[in-house]
Design a protein around this ligand. Structure first.
Ligand code: SF4
Length: 445
């Protein structure tokens, strides 16, 4: 019996797909990269932008002929397209889909395959006993021993309700995972060869706030830092309102927690931020960045920005431009505002910035950021920096610095999973090239 998984969207979906693969392999299925060979096909979807939703529907229609040919084929639609609410409309539109699963919940698929023994991950104890031996996440066979970096969800859902965002309606309210489960999973991943873990949450720095007496994210980092075999720890995505001093201390004090922070600002104008219901001002954000840099001078900071939010004037956009120009952040994930059915912004605000204007603003920030990052990366030229290598892409090994910069190195040796010093020989805005600093000093992890 074979399964195939197609994943679109964020790291949380990647982690969810890994869990589904793990569960299916526990039931005796093996992975195939050819959907036409599969007995079970899982489509793990994203709807954060219209283009992602369109892609999911496109992929679904390409599966219909397979189902027509093989009526025993089981098609599972999972993720944000399904959401936490009912699936009746989807069932009418997609009658050839057998199972609908909300994000992060392989329960409905496993229930279908095991004739109802498990209904949902709400029934966490049964699921764990049934699917995971010894409370461990057993990676899909293809990844066991090969996967260098893994993502570990620590908080599901989001209760913040930014007005542009569909996530709270799709992934439900915020729920922190029990700390014991997280640490057990990290231990299990380490035993299977994983060297780097990224703790995931829509607002990861809210971890534990819904659990009285449990650790917060800083406490969790300290516990995970004890796990033998894990060389690097990252976490994403943080919200500026919850990024406390104890978290900055944890990054400063724990050598295996990497100095890289994903900290979306979304806009640099206070009125736009208020309309987005983000809960901070641009000055709050500037102050936080200054505080982080003072304590962690080598830390890289990434941000997210949406241009063309309803009502955003040229003057307001230029405030965002100025914040980016002043702060000189390492990464800016840029997006053009798009209408998403069900969000507050869609219900209550007019999408009044034209597509052309959104694109112009997007390009302006893109050009600015290219220049900023090009300058930041030049500082690495000639420097020795530690790189954890992930995989080989067209003859070059690909890895990342502690600050999450992408580095390519030519080498005939197998560098996968190795943490090595390299000397940077070329830098551009999006990547760097390097040579191994001392070939003789290879450290096998
Ligand atoms: S914090 Fe805001 S943008 Fe992030 S997932 Fe929650 S609602 Fe969406």
């Amino acid at each position: 019996m074979k399964y195939h998984i197609w994943t679109e969207g964020c790291q949380m979906n990647v982690a969810d797909s890994q869990r589904v693969g793990s569960s299916l392999e526990h039931l005796g299925y093996s992975f195939t990269d050819r959907p036409e060979e599969a007995d079970v096909i899982v489509l793990n979807t994203c709807v954060v932008r219209q283009s992602a939703e369109d892609k999911a529907y496109g992929r679904l229609s390409s599966l219909k002929p397979l189902k027509d040919k093989n009526p025993n084929l089981i098609i599972n639609l999972m993720g944000c397209l399904v959401g936490v609410r009912g699936t009746e409309k989807l069932k009418q539109r997609l009658p050839f889909v057998d199972v609908f699963s909300p994000p992060s919940d392989p329960g409905p698929l496993i229930s279908h395959l095991t004739q109802g023994e498990i209904r949902s991950l709400e029934d966490a104890e049964t699921t764990r006993r049934f699917l995971m031996m010894d409370e461990e996440l057993i990676l899909p066979a293809a990844e066991r021993g090969n996967l260098v970096m893994a993502h570990v969800p620590v908080v599901y859902g989001c209760s913040h309700a930014c007005t542009f965002c569909i996530i709270p309606y799709k992934r439900g309210v915020e729920r922190s995972r029990p700390v014991g489960d997280i640490v057990a999973e990290v231990r299990s991943l380490a035993k299977q060869g994983v060297k780097e873990i990224t703790l995931l949450g829509q607002i990861v720095d809210r971890y534990g706030k819904d659990v009285p007496d449990g650790p917060n994210l800083a406490g969790l980092l300290r516990l995970v830092h004890e796990v033998e075999g894990i060389e690097r720890i990252r976490f994403l995505t943080s919200h500026p309102n919850y990024f406390g001093d104890d978290l900055i201390d944890a990054i400063a004090e724990l050598p295996r927690v990497m100095p890289h922070i994903e900290l979306p600002i979304q806009a640099g104008d206070d009125e736009v931020l208020s309309n987005m219901k983000r809960g901070y001002t641009q000055q709050d954000y500037r102050d936080l960045v200054a505080k982080i840099r003072q304590r962690l001078p080598d830390c890289s900071i990434a941000t997210d920005i949406i241009v063309g939010f309803p009502g955003e004037t040229e003057e307001q956009f230029m405030q965002t431009y100025q914040v980016l120009a002043d702060l000189k952040l390492d990464v800016a994930h840029l997006a053009r505002y798009s209408v998403r059915e069900g969000t507050v912004a869609t219900r209550r605000m007019e999408d009044d910035v034209s597509d052309e204007e959104k694109m112009r603003r997007f390009r302006m920030l893109e050009q600015l950021q290219e220049q900023v990052v090009g300058e930041i990366n030049k500082k690495y030229l000639g420097q020795s920096v530690d790189v954890l290598f992930e995989d080989k892409v067209k003859n070059r090994w690909r890895g990342r610095t502690p600050t999450n910069k992408l580095v390519f190195v030519e080498s005939d040796e197998n560098l996968r999973g190795k943490l090595l010093p390299v000397t940077v020989t070329w830098t551009g805005p999006w990547s760097m090239q390097a040579t191994l600093t001392r070939q003789s000093a290879l450290v096998t992890l």
